[in-house]
Design a protein around this ligand. Structure first.
Ligand SMILES: [Zn+2]
Length: 328
């Protein structure tokens, strides 16, 4: 069983990377009224919700993942003339992020801008975060919003040259910046993080509760890759640091961008040899427990615990081990 369709690893639009530096092509695309602009701000965008069966609880969608490529929610785009235009495209506030081009020729841009205040959204729409709506969007829109949010999170926090501190200028396609003082070029950063299913010889799954999480929320272990470390080394180190469990046979499962604000989640599984005692790192975890499949299902059905929502790779990895979808 594979991880299946990861909610934020979808996307149907060609990124046309060769156009990112083609100023004439970008200007022509921006002048075309068919061009679609997605305004993003702090990981959020304006979303049109279709059908009345969508539950959004605590900012998380509790419905399943969009299955037909269509989705039960869709992005609300603007045309270029409706896009925020109070700053030149070289400035971070006016930057246009080329997201790509559809098979029908439609060009998509992301842009930073103001979104309607809560309660002031147009009828049938809502300002929602990628985390809340990612699994409800269709394939095209999930890819576009993930791309736009990732770029926007980088631009809004990387406005100056890391070498000399001068304010940088955004390059035409919005995928890099340049320092006008020393000429250095800077590219969006992505932080690799590992997330891993650890099982014991009885095929029980190790789930833990992070001290910073809401009550009852459990998940598999995760952590950032250290400088100068492989992803596989990070898996073994993080599991040992957090639970004192040593693992072997670390194998890769799949990946999903998680631009909140800039991670790439690399999914793994690993075996924990028998005869080990869990000792949790009190700074990170409150508890870590081995679960059998019936124990996990019973805890979820009794509402004694909650696992991550369908948008997350954590849930897909847990379901891969469980062998079926789990109740929300
Ligand atoms: Zn500089």
């Amino acid at each position: 069983m594979t991880l299946g369709r990861l909610a934020l690893s979808r996307g149907t639009v060609d990124r046309v990377t060769e156009r990112r530096t083609d100023k004439a092509w970008l200007d022509a695309a921006w002048a075309d009224p068919r061009t679609r602009v997605l305004v993003v701000n702090d990981g959020r965008a304006l979303i049109r919700l279709r059908g009345g069966d969508i539950l959004l609880r605590d900012g998380w969608s509790t419905g399943g993942q969009a299955r037909d490529g269509q989705g039960s929610a869709e992005l609300v785009f603007r045309s270029p003339v409706e896009a925020p235009a109070d700053a030149p495209p070289e400035a971070p506030e006016g930057a246009r992020y080329l997201l790509g081009q559809d098979a029908d020729g439609t060009v998509y841009f992301g842009m930073h801008g103001e979104l309607p205040a809560r309660g002031a959204e147009p009828a049938g729409t809502k300002v929602l975060s990628l985390r809340a709506v990612g699994a409800l969007l269709g394939d095209r829109d999930a890819g576009l919003m993930t791309h736009a949010v990732a770029l926007d999170n980088w631009h809004t926090t990387h406005t100056h040259c890391p070498r000399c501190g001068t304010a940088t200028v955004v390059e035409p396609g919005g995928h890099s910046t340049r320092c006008p003082a020393d000429g250095t070029e800077h590219f969006p950063r992505t932080d690799p993080a590992v997330i891993m299913l650890v099982t014991d010889p009885d095929d029980r799954c190790l789930l833990a509760r992070n001290a910073a999480w809401p009550e009852r929320r459990f998940s598999i272990l995760a952590g950032f890759v250290d400088p100068g470390e492989s992803a596989e080394q990070a898996v073994a180190r993080e599991v040992h640091e957090e639970t004192a469990i040593k693992v072997e046979n670390v194998t890769y499962l799949g990946s999903q961008p998680w631009p909140m604000p800039r991670s790439l989640m690399l999914g793994f599984r690993a075996d924990a040899p028998a005869g080990q005692q869990i000792r949790v790192d009190d700074n990170e975890l409150t508890e870590a427990i081995w679960f059998t499949r019936p124990e996990l299902l019973a805890s979820l059905e009794a509402d004694e615990m909650a696992i991550a929502p369908p948008v997350s790779i954590a849930r897909r990895i847990i379901e891969r081990w469980y062998g079926a979808e789990l109740p929300s």
